[in-house]
Ligand binder design. Structure first.
Ligand SMILES: Cc1cc2nc3c(=O)[nH]c(=O)nc-3n(C[C@H](O)[C@H](O)[C@H](O)COP(=O)(O)O)c2cc1C
Length: 212
């Protein structure tokens, strides 16, 4: 076993007090997202860990990119037939989490998840670069593939099939996560972190402080 006990940081950059909380968590999310963009532009602030529940009840997490957010929820795009797509079909409940190291912050979002409309998926697919569009056809995401060469060959085949306009594959599109709980974690000294959890009650957002 490699001992990592000496990896230890003190978090002292920020605080999160009730007096500065907006009424809804999306406003706070936007604030923190902007801070992260300003502080660590070289990272991908919109990279988030998406956790799903596999059909056998096991959790699985992987990184995906947040592509838009607002009062209606948090949107990401993927292959609907992938492992995550199948997990969501069975258990349409997910967790999204962000770790923004430079600001010593974490956000954890829990919610139900649904597919977005085909028009919205088409519009986003249209905005992607040509190669990414082909990739969406060439990759049977999460399936075992015999070799890298086989994958590259599939990409070439689709490039021949679609030399210009690439339609959106029907199995590729967006999901929107409808949050019902959003926790904001701000690292503080002595492991006495600030944790504020927003939750929906009687159709409105409320918040409570959690012990670190
Ligand atoms: C920074 C980063 C961004 C990613 N963005 C996406 C994404 O937006 N959509 C996606 O399907 N996979 C994305 N991936 C790949 C996923 O992590 C994952 O490998 C893939 O979706 C297959 O997951 P699954 O087999 O569990 O369904 C990203 C990976 C990284 C590291």
């Amino acid at each position: 076993m490699e001992n990592l006990g000496h990896f230890r940081k003190s978090y002292e950059k920020n605080q999160l007090l009730e007096s500065e909380l907006p009424e809804d968590p999306i406003t706070l999310f936007a604030r923190w997202f902007a801070d992260c963009q300003a502080l660590e532009p070289e990272t991908e602030p919109n990279a988030m860990t998406l956790s799903t529940i596999d059909p056998d009840g096991f959790p699985k997490s992987r990184v995906v990119l947040l592509k838009s957010f607002g009062a209606d929820g948090f949107i990401f795009f993927t292959n609907y037939l992938s492992e995550k797509g199948q997990a969501i079909d069975q258990h349409p409940k997910v967790c999204l989490s962000f770790f923004w190291a430079a600001s010593q912050r974490q956000i954890i979002i829990q919610g139900g998840v649904t597919k977005i409309g085909t028009d919205e998926s088409n519009a986003y697919f249209e905005s992607r670069p040509y190669g990414s569009k082909l990739g969406a056809w060439a990759s049977a995401q999460s399936q075992v593939v015999e070799s890298r060469e086989a994958l590259d060959k599939r990409l070439e085949e689709f490039a021949r099939m679609y030399p210009e306009h690439v339609p959106r594959p029907p199995h590729w599109g967006g999901y929107v996560v409808h949050p019902f709980k959003i926790e904001f974690w701000q690292g503080r000294a002595n492991r006495m972190h600030d944790r504020i959890r927003y939750f929906i009650h009687e159709q409105g957002w409320h918040f409570e402080r959690l012990s670190p």
